[in-house]
Design a protein around this ligand. Sequence first.
Ligand code: NHX
Ligand code: ZN
Length: 685
Amino acid sequence: MSENIQDKKDSGLVQKPATDQKSNDKKPKFNIAWVYGLIAISLLGVFFFQTDSGPKEVMWNKFEKEMLKAGDVLKIEVVNNKRAEIFIKPERLNKEIYSDLNTAKKNTLSKQGPQYFFTIGSVEAFEKRIEEAQQDFTYDQKVDVSFVERNNHFDTIINWLIFPLLLIGVWLFIFRRMAGPNGAGGQLFNIGKSRAKIFDKETAEVKVDFKDVAGLEEAKVEIMEIVDFLKNPIKYTQLGGKIPKGALLVGPPGTGKTLLAKAVAGEAHVPFFSMSGSDFVEMFVGVGASRVRDLFKQAKEKAPCIIFIDEIDAIGRARGKNPNWGANDERENTLNQLLTEMDGFGTNSGVIILAATNRADILDRALLRAGRFDRQIHVELPDLNERKDIFKVHLRPLQKLGTDVHPEFLAKQTPGFSGADIANVTNEAALIAARKEKQLVEKQDFLDAIDRIVGGLEKKNKIISFEEKKTIAYHEAGHATVSWILEHANPLIKVTIVPRGQALGAAWYLPEERQLTTKEQMLDEMCAILGGRAAEELFFGKISTGALNDLEKVTKQAYAMVSYFGMSERIGNVSFYDSSGQNEYSFGKPYSEETAKAIDEETKSIIDKAYIRAKELLKKLEVQHNALGELLLEKEVLFSEDLERILGPRPNGKTPHSEDESLNRTAPMTEIEAKPKVEKEENPN
Ligand code: NHX
Ligand code: ZN
C-alpha cells in the first residue's frame, strides 16, 4: 500500500517537474488541515457516541434495589454474553431515580430502551444473581432475560474504518511533510531527480527577451541563431546541415551570460530547463549522474527544448590525470554521464544545451570537442558604447533623473565595469540620492556610487593620527606626481586621503580602454604605483606597511612581464602562460631551477629600476610634490585641475578634464565639507 502511494507521487513528479515546487507549497497545508480534521471528527465521534448515546452504566446494587425489586424492569438483554442491557418500563420512566437520564433520551430513545447496562463477569454468575434477586417474585413479575449476539456497528466502524483511516492519514501527513520542499525527506525521496527548473509556455516567468539585453551584439547574433534552429529546424536540415548540440557562454562574472540564456528562453518559446552545475552535486555517490540522466530524460520528452546549465565548471572541470587521486570521483562520474548524454541523442533531436562559465580554460577538453559544446560564445566586458547602452537600460526604471546625467558620461567613467556592476551603480545612485533627501538622481550621485563600488564604503570616522595622515597624503601625492609626468601612465582623475574600504587613501585613475599594452606603458604604470612608497622613503625617511597593495600589484605585473609576455631580454621571448589549463594537477614548474632563479632576478630588477626611476622623478619635483601633499592634507581630495595647477599640463596632454568638458567638476565635493572629527581633536593647533 505504501509503495503504491509513493509510486503515484513519484510519477507525478516526473511528469510535472515545473509545477513541483508550487504544488508542494500548497499540498502539505491542505493535507495538514485534512488530517487534523479527520482526527478531530473521529475523536468527536467517539466522544459523542460513547457519552451521549446508548445506555448508562449502572451498578448491580442500585439496579437490584431500585429497579429490579421495584418492578420497573421490563426485560434484560445480555449482549454477546458480556453486557446486560436493561429495559425500563416506559410508564415508570418518570420516577425520580430515572431523572438522571438526559432529557433527549427520555423523550425518544429511552422510551424503547435499553436505558441502563452493566457488565457481567460470566453468564453463570449473572444468572445466579438474577435468580436470587427475583426469589420473591411471582412468575409474572419475573423479568425476561434474553441472550443476543449483536455486532456492534460502532465498534466495527472504529476498528475497520476509522483507525486504518487515521493511520493512513497520519502516515500520509508525515510522508508529505518529509517529501515537501523543505523536509529532509524530500531530498531523500527525490535525490536522483534533476533539480532543473522548467520554464515553458505555461509558466510565463521569463519576461526577458533580446530587447532587454543591451550590448553583447555579437553574442546576440550567435545565440539568436540557436533560437532559430529551434524555431524552424527544417531551414537548416534541408540543406543537410546538422543542428549543433550545445553552446558554451564564456565570459567574466556579471557580463550577462545568464541574462542571455534567459532571453533565449523568452524568445524561443520552447521549454527551457534551467539548472546550475552545482545542483548536480550531492554528497551521495551516483546522484549527480542520475540527475543528469533524469534531466535529459525530461528534456527529450519535451523536445524541442533548451537545457541551460549555469556555472558548468562545477562539474565540467578537467578530470584529473591520476585516477587514484580520489575525492573527485563523484564529479567525474557526473561529467562522464553528461558527456554520454550529449552524445547519446541524435543531433537533430531538438535538445540544445547552453552552458555558462567564466572559466572556459579549466573545462574538460572532452566537453569542448566538436559534437558537444561545438560553439563558444564569448561574452566580454562591455566597451564604451555597450556600457552606454547598458546604462540606458538601467536608467529607464529610475523615475527622476537630473538633467546632468548622460549615459555617455557615465559610460566613460566606468571602464572595466560589467553589466551587473552598472546595474549596481544605477541602483546605488538612486539610494544615495534618496539618502540625501533629493528629489532627483543627479550626476554627483552616480559619481559617488561609482566610487563606492570601486573603492568600498567611505570611512570618515576612522581614527588616524596626524603623523599617519601626513604619510598617507605624501604617499598619494607621490602616486599623483609620478603618474602625472609619466607619458604612458594612466590619466589621474583624483587623489584622496579619505579612507574607503580597506584603503586609507587612493589615487583614482581612468584607465584607457585598450586591447594591447606596450612595455613602456607597463613600466610607466609600475613606476607610478611605486611612486607612493618612493615618496614615503624620500620625504620621510621611513617606509610603511601601507604600500602592501601597491607592491602586490607591481610584483604581479613584473612577474607577468618576465614569465608570460616575454618582456625581459634575459629570459627572452618565452612564455610560461598556460591557456589550456590542462596542467593544473601537475605541481612542478615547467622550467628549470636556473630559469626560476633568472625569472626572480629579472622581476626584481624590473621593480628596482622602476622604483629608482620613481625616486629620481620625485627628487626632481620635490617642491611640487610637497605642495601637493600639503594641499591634500588640507583639502583631502584633489582633482586633476588642482594637479595641473601645481604640476603644469601633462606631457602627452592627456588629462581627463581637458578631454571631456563634462568632467569639469565644481569642487569641493561633499568629502571636504565633512572632515573627520579625529583630526581636530588630536591636533588642536
Ligand atoms: C591596514 N590598509 O589594513 C590599512 C587600513 C599608503 C596608507 N592596515 O596604496 O590603504 O594600509 O595609494 C595587514 C597589514 C592592507 C593588512 C598591512 C592590508 C596593509 C593604499 C594596505 C594607502 N594607495 N594600504 C594605496 C593602503 C593599508 C594594507 C594590510 C596591510 C596607504 C594604501 C593598505
Ligand atoms: Zn599607494
